[in-house]
Design a protein around this ligand. Structure first.
Ligand SMILES: C[S@@+](CC[C@H](N)C(=O)[O-])C[C@H]1O[C@@H](n2cnc3c(N)ncnc32)[C@H](O)[C@@H]1O
Length: 260
């Protein structure tokens, strides 16, 4: 068996058909889903993501200790689930968020206008795989999105570039449970129950199959750790949540180190 450091995650390339199709699928998927995304997420995930986000918030809280302010990027922010969770807890964090789906960004902007207008936040449509900033952010989060990126190396390199030295990168996502009996139950839920729920809620009909496929394509925690380390991150650690259904991966851009 290969050690974590020998595992590699291949990028198909920015211009590859796979990457183009995946990005277009994301844009198309959320045209109809964006408005109901938050409600549907609660139903499909049985509110689990509201529990999982607490781990991410604990990392942010500990990072903020001794700091008076910070600038954060919520990468692939969707409707702003993490953005607004962090915003509620930390009035001293200014947050940017971008996402490849214009419809998700429209909902994030609406939420901002309704409840956070006095804060210095910016939302725009963008692609995580194309460089967007240099030494700008103290914190970059990406939640339930990393598994969707076709070019995970590029996405990680871009985060490294965008972070200030000492900044933290927090990935939160779904993973595949490896142990029985949960593995079997989970597969049953994904393949048999979820498609029925999505049909009942009128979700785009390929959504359940995509969710399952994207989780299968998500690297294991040790592979993610190796990926972050290969791009220059230090202090990388991960935590498996709810018996392997989700993960939290955290890494820091060293104070003195150039991107590899
Ligand atoms: C399951 S949603 C999660 C949204 C949000 N982060 C949350 O926690 O609710 C995945 C998001 O990733 C976005 N996404 C997928 N590929 C992307 C890419 N290459 N660049 C930016 N956003 C992307 C999708 O448009 C979608 O909004």
């Amino acid at each position: 068996m290969k050690s974590a450091s020998e595992l590699s995650i291949e990028d198909p390339g920015l211009d590859s058909i796979e990457a183009q199709q995946r990005k277009q699928y994301m844009v198309d998927l959320f045209v109809t889903q964006a408005k109901n995304y938050d409600l549907h997420d609660d139903i499909y995930g049985l509110y689990a993501h509201r529990l999982w986000v607490l781990s991410l918030l604990r990392v942010v809280k500990s990072f903020m200790q001794g700091r008076s302010s910070a600038r954060m990027l919520d990468l692939a922010c969707g409707t702003g689930f993490v953005t607004f969770n962090v915003a509620r807890k930390h009035s001293n964090i200014d947050i940017d968020g971008f996402d490849i789906s214009p419809d998700m960004i429209a909902v994030a902007r609406e939420r901002y206008e309704k409840g956070f207008k006095e804060r210095d936040f910016n939302f725009w449509v963008g692609d995580s795989e194309i460089a967007y900033a240099e030494n700008k952010y103290d914190i970059v989060t990406t939640s339930f999105a990393f598994r969707n990126f076709a070019n995970k190396n590029l996405a990680t390199e871009n985060v490294f570039k965008a972070l200030k030295p000492g900044g933290v990168f927090i990935i939160q996502d779904l993973t595949k449970p490896e142990r029985q009996p949960l593995k079997g139950l989970y597969l049953f839920y994904m393949k048999r129950i979820l498609p029925v729920i999505t049909r009942m809620l009128g979700t785009e009909k390929t959504a359940a199959a995509w969710l399952y496929k994207s989780i299968q394509m998500m690297p294991r925690n040790a592979e993610l750790k190796a990926l972050l380390e290969s791009k220059g991150f230090g202090g990388v650690y991960y935590k498996s949540m709810t018996m392997g259904i989700a993960c939290l991966v955290v890494g820091y851009k060293p104070q003195e180190q150039a991107a590899r």
